[in-house]
Structure formats: C-alpha cells, structure tokens
Write a protein that binds this ligand. Structure first.
Ligand SMILES: [Zn+2]
Length: 218
C-alpha cells in the first residue's frame, strides 16, 4: 500500500516552517498536498506543529474518507479539496492566519499589486473571498472564486490561502502575500500606496501566466 511518505514528509516540513516563520499561532492553519486526482494528504486537526509527526498527516479522499492514518483531518479539509478540484495543476495548499494578511481579510480589502513579486509569483491583486463559516463546503467555493488563476487569496474575516506545486511553494506564496500585506500597512501609515505602473503590471501578469503554463500550475 502506498503510504505517501515523501508527500507527508514535505507537508510536515512546511507545517513546521509555517510555525517557525510566524505565519500561524498555536494549532491554527493547515497544509495539504495532492496525492491523486481525488485524494490529498493533510495535517490533522488541532495538533501542535512543534510536536507533529508523520502520523499527524493523514491521507483522505476529497469527501474526507480516510485512506492512510487514523487522525482526524484538518477542519478545513473541504476547502483544500475544493481548490484541488477547481485547479487540477495545484499540488499543495497552505492556509494561515498570519496577521497582516488577516488584517486585510478582516477589513475586506484586496491586496493591490504594490510590488513586482506579488504579480510575478502570485498573479496580480490578491482578492478577498466572501464570508463563509469555517469548515464548510461553501467556504471552499468562495475561496476558489477569490483565488481564480492566482496563487493566493484572502479569506474574509479569517486568513490567507497560498497554493503551489509543492508544500514549500504553497508556503512561499503565503510568505510573499504576508510580506506584501505588511508593506501595504507600512506604506499606508506614511502616505498613499502607489500601485506598480500599468504596463509593468501587464508584462508581469504575462510572465506569471507563462510560468504557470510551463509548470502546469493552472
Ligand atoms: Zn483557518
């Protein structure tokens, strides 16, 4: 039987890095990776990242039926499954409650394209989803709508989602979004944030799309 050891190991490493990097506090947030067309490996619900082991990364189908492991999957499993269904090229999803991105999500404000790396790596302005109750299928649908073809989305009154080919890439998407959200707050305290010029934005979106196509990450 395939235990998906390498996939679960990559999730574990990203989950622990997510804690070290301050993207989550306590047991909040979750990380997953696609196993097959209709299954994923995901962090268990309510487990401390610092003491997390491979046993706390379970494999379930997109309806949450267990395949490997007996721990209870993250309460946001349905949101992760909704993203894998909508974006066949996505291989991993990270969800955090990092402070600056969550601040924007609470204010209901999208993260504008203020610095180049947001467009090149994430695909443009990072949109805010409509509100939905945590753990519901509706939340998944709304996050998918906010994500579109991009690699990050803000979850209204809740937090942030980043996607990539691997858990490390999904984490990088979250780091870029959080860092840029922080820059946005700083810029707002000293003046009026200026978006990057329209022609540069258009070029960078094109670069992003080419990169996504090359990696099969649509
Ligand atoms: Zn959450």
């Amino acid at each position: 039987m395939n235990d998906w050891i390498d996939t679960r190991q990559a999730i574990l490493a990203a989950a622990q890095a997510m804690l070290r990097d301050g993207l989550v506090v306590g047991t909040s947030g979750n990380v997953s990776a696609r196993c097959t067309d209709d299954s994923l490996a995901i962090t268990a619900s309510g487990t401390n990242y610092s003491s997390m082991t491979l046993d706390d990364i379970v494999v379930v189908d997109f309806d949450g039926e267990p395949i490997v492991g007996s721990a209870i999957p993250s309460t946001e499993m349905l949101m992760h499954a909704a993203i894998y269904r909508a974006r066949p090229g996505v291989g991993a999803v990270m969800h955090t409650h990092s402070a600056y991105a969550s601040g924007l999500a609470v204010a209901g404000q999208a993260l504008p394209p203020l610095i180049d790396e947001v467009v090149v790596h994430l695909g443009g302005a990072i949109e805010v989803s409509e509100y939905a109750f945590p753990g519901t299928e509706e939340l998944g649908d709304r996050v998918v709508a906010a994500l579109g073809e991009r690699n990050a989305a803000l979850v209204r009154n809740h937090g942030l989602v980043g996607v990539g080919k691997t858990p490390a890439e999904a984490m990088q998407a979250c780091q870029i979004a959080e860092h840029s959200a922080r820059i946005y707050f700083i810029a707002k305290t000293i003046g009026v944030p200026q978006e990057i010029p329209q022609d540069a934005f258009a070029t960078e979106v094109e670069l992003f799309r080419m990169q996504q196509a090359a990696e099969g990450l649509q």
